[in-house]
Design a protein around this ligand. Structure first.
Ligand code: CA
Length: 242
């Protein structure tokens, strides 16, 4: 009889791999980019037009979008414009055709973080990708202690103090607070919080996020009905105000 070997398998540490969305309609370019990203341990998803990119981003958070400018249905500039209009601050690296300086200027003006001119070497693109991902990692690892008003959050000791008084949080409440506080001002949808703070075993149960936000506010806000730190952004999600 076959034994239940899976039961004995070690539980993998929760260590999220960086997630990148590649938006490129040229199949051969998309394949090369995907191969290099995967080789570097990046969780990679490829879509082939602008609308599919927005659809994907509205349900799933990623750490970075590699976005071609020339795309069917909706071009990369419009994708970036709409992302930023929806307060989606996910970093964007644009792939621009050579000699289209206006696309570069426009793209960066719309909120793209970097660009690579086509034709590009995969090595160059990967260097940009890792640079942007490192910036993102730094932003979410601001050091052992975060201070925001009367709130002191220690990642090292996983403790929270409000006006010098220790606050008891559950593990997930702490993770949620620490994640939001590590990225102050950035708006996250419930789906994105579910992806970042929980693991992937909670398919789409965004009410979990709502419940944890409510409990968190009851504990860390001086007036939970008028939260100072964990703010609701109507129709979008939540953000942390320092
Ligand atoms: Ca293209």
């Amino acid at each position: 009889m076959e034994s239940h070997s899976k039961v004995d398998a070690p539980v993998a540490d929760y260590q999220p791999r960086p997630r990148v969305l590649v938006v490129e309609d040229e199949t051969n370019v998309a394949e090369v980019v995907e191969r290099y990203l995967r080789r570097d341990g990046v969780d990679t998803t490829v879509v082939h037009d602008g609308q599919s990119a927005l659809d994907y981003l509205s349900s799933d958070g990623v750490d970075l979008v590699v976005l071609d400018v020339m795309l069917p249905v909706m071009d990369g500039l419009e994708v970036t414009r709409r992302m930023r209009a929806q307060n989606d601050a996910t970093p964007v690296i644009m792939l621009t055709a050579r000699d289209t300086e206006s696309d570069v200027v426009l793209g960066l003006g719309l909120g793209a973080d970097d660009y690579v001119g086509k034709p590009f070497s995969p090595a160059e693109l990967m260097a940009r990708v890792h640079a942007v991902l490192r910036r993102g990692t730094r932003a979410s690892s601001p050091g052992p202690v975060i201070r925001a008003g009367a709130l002191v959050i220690s990642s090292e000791y996983r403790t929270v103090e409000l006006n010098g008084t220790s606050i008891e949080l559950t593990a997930k409440e702490f993770d949620l607070l620490f994640f939001l506080a590590s990225n102050p001002g950035r708006v996250y949808s419930r789906e994105q919080l579910l992806n970042h703070v929980w693991d992937y075993s909670h398919p789409g149960d965004t009410s979990t996020v709502t419940v944890h936000i409510r409990r968190l506010r009851a504990k860390i806000e001086e007036d939970a009905s008028r939260p100072r730190h964990v703010k609701t952004v109507w129709g979008v999600g939540y953000k942390f105000d320092a």
